[in-house]
Design a protein around this ligand. Structure first.
Ligand code: PMP
Length: 410
């Protein structure tokens, strides 16, 4: 078997900023100019492969061990051998591929078993699997909203929600992050102009780590006859009783929930949960469901097992909150209190400038800690930050080590 880490070529050296960007230049020259512009702004990115050793330990291509405070493996399940063993059993019997879209011949009992378990987790009549959270949002929003509808979107919504809203061709109105009074005002102004009105938010915001107050949001939606669409990517498996997510945390019911499986559950894929009619309509109209190959059945089997582990080991949810609280207390003691909930598992450390953020990220890496250095377009200009994510896999000693490294580098 080839050594994958060793076969990765080094990052290309940055192109000089003086390259010709005129329309007559060759395609490569034009593209290199765009890359050089990104470089100049401190926004160039590159891929760096990592292999997972165990728990939060990763190994880089140069053999160096890094502690993972960058991923969304909130419950510490990504490296758990039990979901992997469930996948391996099915893999050994049937191989990997679903072979076709589920509506053709790629539908498998493992997909249905997982959908039933996800619907049970969310307390909804049904759930429908998608190959990723991106695909779920980019497919579901255009299936549910069209030209005669309106989407009211929080300003910090994930890129996949923004793109799904754009693809829908609905009128999109963006309200300032978390500003429910502004949302209420917009809904008043637009009364009776649209067929359906959707309020689209995240349960836990991916880069800020704060919660959307769904109790107040659902009350506003009801008052205006609007529907609620909640991307619960960062809450599913973590928040609420039994990890049921944001709606359960706030004790409300929402119309549409999207959950992703590549974060707390440690596998990959996503789902939409809601009524039977909702899921049946998506099965017909969500283009990212209809026109794509079914999720590998072994992956569905792994996720089903991960759900069982997450359910049977509630200590993981307690632990991730304790890790988050320890991180936040340490940052506050350093005079850098993190925004968001006191035990919120996404822990942002605002820096501002993209280059400075990258420099701290690299300095932490040199000390053995991998932390997200988040820059535009993932966050708004000026909003560059370190994104530290807590995991049940972190030990107190690892958290304290990161805090000491942050104290040296910030
Ligand atoms: N929604 C939100 C809020 C996310 O943070 C993400 C992933 N960063 C996605 C959707 C996309 O999920 P996936 O990685 O499964 O495509």
């Amino acid at each position: 078997m080839p050594d994958l880490a060793a076969s990765v070529s080094p990052a290309p050296s940055p192109a000089p900023a003086t390259l010709d960007a005129s329309p007559d230049a060759s395609l490569d020259v034009q593209l290199s100019h765009e890359l050089a512009t990104l470089d100049d702004a401190g926004l160039r990115r590159r891929l760096r492969p990592l292999t997972r050793v165990a728990g939060a330990e990763l190994r880089a291509a140069d053999g160096v061990t890094l502690l993972d405070f960058a991923s969304n493996d909130y419950l510490g399940l990504a490296a758990d051998p039990r979901p992997a063993a469930a996948a391996a059993e099915l893999l050994a019997r049937e191989g990997l591929g679903a072979g076709a879209a589920r509506l053709i011949s790629g539908d498998h009992p493992a997909h249905h078993a997982l959908e039933e378990a996800l619907a049970a987790l969310k307390g909804t009549p049904r759930a429908l699997l998608f190959s990723s959270g991106w695909a779920a949002n980019a497919g579901a929003l255009p299936a549910l909203a069209g030209r005669e509808d309106a989407i009211y979107a929080d300003a910090l919504n994930h890129a996949s929600l923004i793109d799904g809203a754009r693809l829908s061709r609905a009128t999109v109105r963006v309200f300032p992050h978390g500003d429910l009074a502004a949302l209420d005002g917009m809904l008043h102004e637009d009364a009776s102009r649209f067929r359906r009105r959707w309020i689209v938010v995240e349960g836990v915001y991916s880069m800020d780590g704060d919660l959307c107050p769904l109790d107040a949001l659902v009350a506003i939606a009801r008052a205006h006859g609007a529907f609620t669409y909640v991307d619960d990517a960062h809450a599913t498996g973590v928040l609420g009783p039994d990890g049921r997510g944001s709606a359960a945390h706030w004790g409300v019911t929402v119309d549409v929930t999207v959950g992703t499986l590549g974060k707390a559950l440690g596998t990959a894929g996503a789902f939409v949960a809601g009524s039977a009619a909702l899921c049946d309509l998506l099965l017909h109209r969500a283009r990212s469901f209809v026109f794509t190959t079914g999720t590998p059945p072994a992956l569905a089997a792994a996720t089903l097992h991960a759900l069982a582990v997450a359910h049977d080991e509630p200590w993981r949810r307690t632990r991730v909150r304790a890790v988050a609280a320890r991180l936040r207390a340490g940052l506050a003691a350093m005079g850098r209190p993190a925004p968001g909930a006191p035990d919120g598992h996404v822990v942002p450390v605002p820096v501002g400038d993209p280059r400075a953020t990258l420099a701290v990220g690299e300095a932490l890496r040199a000390r053995g800690y991998l932390v997200g250095a988040i820059r535009p377009p993932t966050v708004p200009p000026g909003g560059s930050r370190l994104r530290v994510s807590a995991s049940a896999a972190h030990t107190d000693a690892q958290v304290d080590g990161l805090l000491a490294a942050l104290a040296e580098t910030l």
